[in-house]
Design a protein around this ligand. Structure first.
Ligand SMILES: Cc1cc2nc3c(=O)[nH]c(=O)nc-3n(C[C@H](O)[C@H](O)[C@H](O)COP(=O)(O)OP(=O)(O)OC[C@H]3O[C@@H](n4cnc5c(N)ncnc54)[C@H](O)[C@@H]3O)c2cc1C
Length: 356
């Protein structure tokens, strides 16, 4: 059998593409290779930002409460570990269980899709289109598809095989701790230029607390541990024994050339295409937007050339928005600019801690 489309990945980009593609082409065959499972969950802050909420609202989707976790948050406490400045900013995120969110999105795909648990280990062009090698529970299998959609996130096999890799990547490391009795910040954003050029986070998830951040690939674990010690010293208490540690790579786009949408049957969506915010690492909204843009382009394009052009056009505003985030990054991560913004209290709100 030759599938019309093979999608590699089971995150929000893949699930959105598959759902929207089959909605437009009911007779089409689609294979989705899903590498995520209980043992290999995507490490994530699990915050659904207003842009992601808007992307879901666009399709009239509502979020089941099973996807949400305690507590829901109204502010982010921003801490600069070097200058010891602290400010609070209002936020409108939904706090959720990221794995449950991904499973929910997958459950919305029409049943004609074939969802295969497994990991794609190789992809190559052949006369039918593409041949994919997939490691499944029952061993290695091969599949043929006319088109391949890369939705594997930061480390994309398709991108590595056919296109240019993103210039900058980080190692994202997260540790889970028991939240304990002590009052911990519900949601903090931590700047510590001594150990990372990006911000880190603490987020409560029911009875757990996650602390994570993005670090330079080289010596990432040491930088993480050093930052953890600096944070513990700031908080005045240890975070405790980690329940689990998880890690994955994260892409940081630096300019338009880092966004690759694909052509000639091999297309990229979500983080694989470089669609992630360089300032906050928010990426769910871009995954949903690009997944649906490609599905829509496929239902209108007459040939590969037109499809590549149409998909690029449909993601033009997304690419512009994400490029502007690369500029915003300068304001957030240049220490003297951030110190000034925090000192002036621009957009900050006053928070009185009642339980201290
Ligand atoms: C630590 C961290 C925290 C983040 N926090 C947030 C947040 O709070 N809010 C937010 O909006 N964004 C956040 N992001 C960004 C966001 O997670 C991503 O941008 C978003 O998930 C991208 O969606 P995607 O579908 O493109 O890829 P992913 O969600 O990465 O999904 C890719 C899927 O493909 C699978 N896969 C990979 N390779 C293969 C293969 N070869 N074969 C089969 N399957 C494969 C993976 O298992 C994964 O399930 C965070 C990122 C990181 C790293």
């Amino acid at each position: 059998m030759i599938y019309d489309v093979a999608v590699i990945g089971g995150g929000p980009a893949a699930a959105t593409f598959a759902r929207r593609y089959l909605l437009h082409r009911q007779g089409a065959s689609l294979l989705l290779i899903d590498g995520q499972n209980e043992q290999h969950k995507k490490p994530c802050g699990g915050l659904l930002a207003p842009d992601s909420q808007k992307a879901l609202a666009h399709f009239d989707l509502t979020l089941p409460k099973e996807v949400l976790v305690d507590p829901q948050i109204f502010t982010v406490q921003t801490i600069d570990l070097c200058s010891r400045q602290v400010r609070y900013y209002q936020r409108y995120y939904l706090n959720m269980d990221r794995y449950a969110f991904d499973r929910w999105l997958l459950s919305l795909i029409p049943p004609q899709a074939e969802i295969l648990p497994g990991r794609c280990t190789a992809v190559a062009r052949c006369k039918e289109g593409f041949v994919l090698t997939v490691m499944t529970e029952s061993g290695e299998q091969s599949f043929l598809a006319r088109r391949v959609i890369s939705a594997e996130g930061a480390v994309s096999l398709v991108r590595r095989t056919f296109y240019r890799e993103p210039k900058t990547r980080y190692m994202a490391i997260q540790q889970w701790f028991s939240a304990g009795e002590e009052r911990a910040p519900f949601y903090s954003c931590i700047f510590d230029p001594a150990t990372s050029e990006s911000c880190s986070w603490i987020i409560r998830k029911d009875d757990a607390l996650i602390f994570g951040g993005c670090f330079a690939l080289q010596d990432s674990r040491e930088a993480f541990e050093q930052q953890k010690r600096r944070l513990e010293s700031y908080l005045g208490r240890p975070l405790g024994e980690p329940i689990k540690t998880e890690a994955c790579q994260a892409v940081r786009p630096r300019g338009f050339s880092d966004f690759i949408t694909g052509r000639d049957g091999a297309y990229l969506i979500g983080e694989a295409a470089g669609f992630i915010s360089a300032s906050s690492f928010e990426g769910i909204s871009s995954a949903i937007r690009s997944g649906s843009a490609l599905a829509e382009a496929m239902s209108h394009a007459a040939n590969e050339e037109e499809l590549a052009r149409l998909y690029r056009r449909k993601t033009a505003s997304l690419r512009l928005k994400l490029w502007l985030k690369t500029l915003k990054r300068w304001f957030m991560y240049t220490p003297w600019v951030r110190h000034l913004i925090m000192r002036v209290g621009l957009a900050a709100i006053h928070v009185e801690q009642e339980n201290k």
